[in-house]
Design a protein around this ligand. Structure first.
Ligand code: TYD
Ligand code: MG
Length: 440
């Protein structure tokens, strides 16, 4: 036995995780001594599947992301930054489930029952009816779940529960793993759908949820800026559905509200000022029109700032390089800010063209031309300046047409970034060599 504060393998501090050593059961030992009997493999088509009916949470967007509702006996991890609305959405879901006649249980390790009640009071009658315990001791929680046998149980959060058999603090890697594995044991045995709430910090440095990703059946990520209204819920792993679905929510006075017509909101708010472009993006299998804004400003800072909100920063660097090389737009001495309006994140390459046009528009100080409506665009920008096709072009175009955006620029209409700029700003403006580096 020796004390360790630092991992002897990687040299990092405080990364060691404690694990209990389970004595292998005597039966298992005996069997091993005898040598295991060979099993008979059977074709998958003959495997019996339980006719499990999904439990609807009563929140359409949440059900959709789950792949049609909660699967009985499944383990779902709901991850997100503190304050994003995890407790709010889950409290509302439990209220709906209870109202639909399901047995539910809310385990709060973070807040007292009184605090949970205050939140529920904002959400309405149904949420107030949810049976709740405020407890952090894992054994007590498991005993309660076993005694109550709910259909759906929520543990808020997995980082606050304490497995007494480990001496490490709650929230450490070992604890979180132990809590999850013991909860899962019980959930599978009793066919209880369990939602584990987990906190993720911005940097993703979590002694928590990440280590659970392979254990649980489904990982839902709740994203968005806390200060902004819109939040997105997406599945990053789902054993019972697709990971393409995204739900859009808005935090309101009385809890999270589903935003079903997100496109119309974003489009009606689009400014049409220089630096603004509407991107026909895909959120999973659903088209979404969002406004992308860019700001280009001369700076003394070296290196200049490249700030990306809602798109990948590396993608921004790449687009700046393409603009510089293939559209003669030199922004080497300018700060460039790009932001997707409303706190939405676009992770797909279809946003490239829109972002590039927004930057060009901001740099030139000229709004993009598109009749009387904001200019819409989609398409991936390749390294040679070509505009590449992206998935679901028809759905993106249909969405743009639905909201009256005439003539979006896309891979079917423009071949290169240069062409796109000429179409958006007219050849005279597009052809101007922009070099902020030598301007006074
Ligand atoms: P919360 O669900 O507690 O976040 P998390 O569990 O992810 O940490 O709540 C998030 C924020 O939402 C909180 O700061 C208050 C706000 N809020 C509203 O604006 N309206 C509401 O009806 C509720 C319940 C919360
Ligand atoms: Mg919470």
């Amino acid at each position: 036995m020796k004390w360790h504060g630092r991992c002897p393998a990687c040299g990092e501090w405080n990364t060691l995780a404690e694990e209990v050593r389970r004595e292998s059961a005597p039966a298992g030992r005996a069997r091993r001594a005898r040598g295991s009997a060979a099993l008979k493999p059977i074709p998958l088509s003959e495997v019996q599947t339980p006719a499990s009916s999904r439990l609807s949470t009563g929140i359409g967007e949440l059900d959709r992301v789950l792949g049609g509702g909660l699967v009985p006996g499944s383990l779902v991890l709901l991850a997100g930054e503190p304050g994003i609305g995890k407790s709010t959405i889950i409290a509302a879901a439990l209220g709906n489930l209870a109202a639909a006649g399901r047995k539910v249980l809310y385990v709060s390790g973070e807040e007292s029952a009184a605090q949970v009640r205050l939140r529920a009071a904002r959400l309405g009658e149904d949420a107030l009816a949810v049976p709740t315990i405020a407890e952090t001791d894992l054994d007590a929680v498991l005993a309660t779940i076993d005694a109550e046998r709910p259909d759906v149980c929520v543990i808020d959060s997995v980082q606050t529960l304490n497995a007494g058999e480990l001496s490490s603090v709650p929230g450490s890697v070992g604890q979180v793993r132990q809590v999850a594995s013991r909860v899962m044991d019980l959930a599978k045995r009793r066919d209880i759908a369990v939602v584990l709430v987990g906190h993720v910090t911005k940097e993703g440095t979590i002694a928590g949820p990440r280590v659970l990703e392979h254990t649980v059946d489904c990982v839902l990520q709740f994203e968005g800026e806390r200060e902004r209204t819109y939040r997105t819920l997406r599945a990053i792993k789902n054993r019972f559905g697709s990971t393409n679905e995204v739900g859009v929510f808005e935090m309101a006075e009385r809890g999270l509200v589903e935003v079903e017509d997100a496109s119309s909101r974003f489009v009606s708010e689009a400014t049409r000022a220089p630096g603004s472009i509407v991107v026909c993006a895909m959120e999973g299998s659903r088209p979404l029109l969002v406004e992308v804004q860019a700001l280009v400003a001369r700076t003394e800072a070296a290196p200049p700032r490249r700030i990306a909100n809602g798109i990948d920063r590396n993608r921004l660097s790449l687009l700046l390089a393409v603009l510089s090389r293939h559209a003669r737009l030199q922004l080497g001495s300018c700060d460039v800010f790009v932001s997707v309006v409303g706190g939405v994140r676009i992770e797909e390459p279809g946003a490239d063209l829109g972002v590039a046009l927004a930057i060009a528009s901001a740099a030139k100080g000229v709004p993009a031309r598109a009749g009387g409506t904001p200019l819409a665009a989609f398409g991936e920008v390749g390294l040679t300046g070509e505009i590449r096709t992206v998935s679901h072009a028809d759905r993106r175009l249909a969405e743009a047409a639905k909201f009256g955006l005439a003539d979006p620029l896309h891979p079917g209409t423009v071949g290169t970034v240069g062409e796109a700029l000429a179409r958006a700003f007219g050849p005279a403006v597009a052809g101007v060599v922009e070099d902020f580096g030598t301007a006074a």
